[in-house]
Design a protein around this ligand. Structure first.
Ligand code: SAH
Length: 566
């Protein structure tokens, strides 16, 4: 026997929570289904977690989960499946069949007509225009469903006309649709919220309709109630439950922006749904309506779980909590020392999500070939060199693309914060008000020696390692390195960016006490098939570098650890 869990999104409205609870109770009293519980994915009590725990506690391992949403949009396709996936993590072995959204359905249209009739209080339908107001979605397909319902509501019911509008995220807005109806000659207009229950957004519809009416005293503007807890809704829930048991979860995806390219939305195809805040939602701390970027980041936009015919449009991080790159954000990603597969899993995921990739010369450039064809690749290695011109150009590119709403990945070699100017880029973005994500990388300073068989520390041999930039020679006035201390020290030295300076550096180290026969390993192109590893000594490394025509990228490991090489 399966149990039914009815999943709501959550609302700040106490009346809305009561109506949800009332509906759950109404479905339960029908005694048509085994056990029935209801829970919310955010904002309201009880949380989904409690509802699932109750059912699991009573021995249920197979649930039907019904998203209590009217249209197939982000909540039903992404957020609620993500929340259910977290429950499956919590309760290994738990399976669920996912039902489809409630609408469109004749029961709903009849209920809407009844709410409109109540608002009309006997006034005739023929002289009445209806503004059907949906929530509004960033998915045009969700908005199109509201337009479809508007048409279905009009068919055969005798209204002068029914026009769709949206309270958030989509046009026309409530005042815009009222203005349209006024211009069409409407004098009596019923604003009908296409909403299940009371809530912040239905309240806003009322306020906006009243404000418009106050400015247009010649009009008769009335507002209908949302559908609310009623028998028709309970009937529909039971119907969707039966469908889910039969495995019938058809949902319109033919014109879904995540599946087919729509004008102006081409960037959504095949992408995870990105978290967004409804621009007009109240913001109070982290708990605002909508989506907390830390919380359930990575809403996979997949539906049809349990393998019945679903298609995952998006990708979610492990246990639904992957770090996401939103539009207008910049990720500074360490790409590792060179081979394509030494980037981190996180770095790779963000790279796959990028619209623009600004890649360094030493980044794992093989990965660029695998990017989607529409991704713009900016070759930072080709930016004219110079003390700061190049960096300014790169910073401007990062900020410019982010401001244009693109997901930007700055792909760097090794770790971005080791001689990588990564923090300069993060600061430049921050100064421009751009959000950044920093993804550490495997640094060549440690991985380069390792890939050539040398550990930078080893018990009983070297208990410290110093990573030094050799881009300035020891006698350079701008040098910040205490070469005398490094000469006296006994630990491992790893020199980066030192191909041109290694001779002078070696002499300085010997001058300050390092033994001339200290073993040195030159590692060029670590990790690449063309990797070279040349063993030598401190007093010979300069000559060898010239003779062997060592070319960047190369590093020098200095110290007894070099002798450990197998
Ligand atoms: N942020 C990078 C280092 C940037 S400085 C990191 O963490 O790895 C660039 C220097 O790194 C090069 O001049 C070279 O000294 C070293 N380097 C980078 N990749 C290398 C590789 N594959 N093999 C050897 N040295 C490398």
């Amino acid at each position: 026997m399966t149990a039914l869990v009815i999943v709501g999104h959550g609302t700040r409205s106490a009346a809305g929570v009561d109506q949800f609870a009332g509906l759950v109770d109404r479905v339960r009293r029908r005694n048509a289904v085994g056990e029935v519980e209801g829970g919310f994915i955010e904002l309201s009590r009880p949380p989904l977690t409690d509802a699932v725990a109750t059912l699991v506690g009573r021995g249920h391992r197979a649930l039907v989960a019904l998203p209590l949403v009217l249209t197939a949009a982000g909540h039903g396709k992404g957020d609620i499946p993500a929340a259910l996936a977290r429950e499956q993590h919590r309760h290994p072995g738990l399976s669920y069949r996912y039902g489809r959204p409630l609408g469109p359905h004749p029961l709903l249209h009849t209920a809407l007509a009844e709410r409109i009739d109540t608002a009309l209080a006997g006034a005739d339908r023929a002289g009445t225009w209806v503004a059907l107001i949906g929530r509004g979605s960033t998915d045009p397909d969700g908005n199109a469903e509201v337009a479809k319902v508007a048409r279905l509501l009009w068919e055969g019911r005798g209204y002068a006309g029914v026009e769709p509008g949206f309270v958030s995220l989509a046009e026309p807005s409530v005042p815009a649709v009222l203005e349209r109806l006024r211009r069409l000659g409407g004098r009596r207009i019923v604003v009908a919220p296409y909403f299940l229950f009371a809530g912040v957004l239905p309240d806003r519809i009322v306020a906006q309709a009243r404000a418009y009416a106050a400015a247009h005293p010649e009009l008769d503007v009335r507002v209908a109630d949302p559908i609310g807890d009623c028998d028709a809704l309970a009937d529909l829930v039971l119907e969707r439950h039966a469908e889910a048991l039969r495995g019938d979860i058809r949902m319109n995806c033919d014109t879904c922006a995540y599946r087919v390219s729509l004008p102006g939305f081409a960037d959504k195809v095949g992408r995870p749904q990105t978290p967004h805040d409804h621009p007009d939602d109240p913001v109070d701390g982290h708990d605002h309506h909508g989506h907390d970027h830390q919380g359930h980041g990575g809403h996979g936009h997949g539906h049809g779980h349990q393998g019945h015919g679903g298609h995952g449009h998006g990708r979610r991080g492990p246990d639904g909590r992957g770090v996401e790159l939103g539009p207008g954000q910049v990720a500074v990603v360490g790409g590792g020392p060179g081979p394509d597969d030494l980037i981190t899993v996180r770095g790779r995921a963000l790279l796959d999500a990028a619209d623009v990739v600004v890649a360094d010369r030493l980044a794992p450039r093989g990965l660029l070939a695998g990017l989607r064809p529409e991704v713009l690749v900016v070759d930072a290695g080709k930016v004219p060199r110079g003390p700061s011109v190049g960096q300014d150009t790169i910073n401007e590119a990062l900020v410019g693309h982010a401001r244009a709403g693109r997901r930007v990945v700055r792909l760097k070699g090794g770790d971005p914060y080791l001689f990588g100017r990564g923090h300069e880029e993060v600061l430049a973005c921050a100064a421009a008000g751009i959000e950044t994500v920093l993804v550490p990388g495997v640094s060549s300073a440690v991985a380069g020696p390792a890939l050539a068989g040398v550990p930078v520390t080893h018990r009983g041999v070297a208990h410290d390692v110093t990573i030094v930039s050799g881009h300035l020679p020891p006698d350079h006035p701008d040098s910040l390195v205490d070469w005398a201390a490094l000469g006296h020290a006994r630990g491992t030295l790893v020199l980066l960016m030192a191909v041109d300076t290694v001779d002078r550096i070696a002499k300085a180290l010997i001058g300050h006490g390092r033994a001339p026969d200290t073993p040195v390993l030159v590692v060029q192109d670590a990790g690449h098939p063309r990797q070279r590893a040349l063993p030598t000594r401190l007093d010979e490394v300069g000559a060898l570098t010239v003779r062997e025509e060592v070319r960047p990228p190369a590093l020098f490991v200095v110290g007894a650890v070099v002798g450990l090489r197998g």
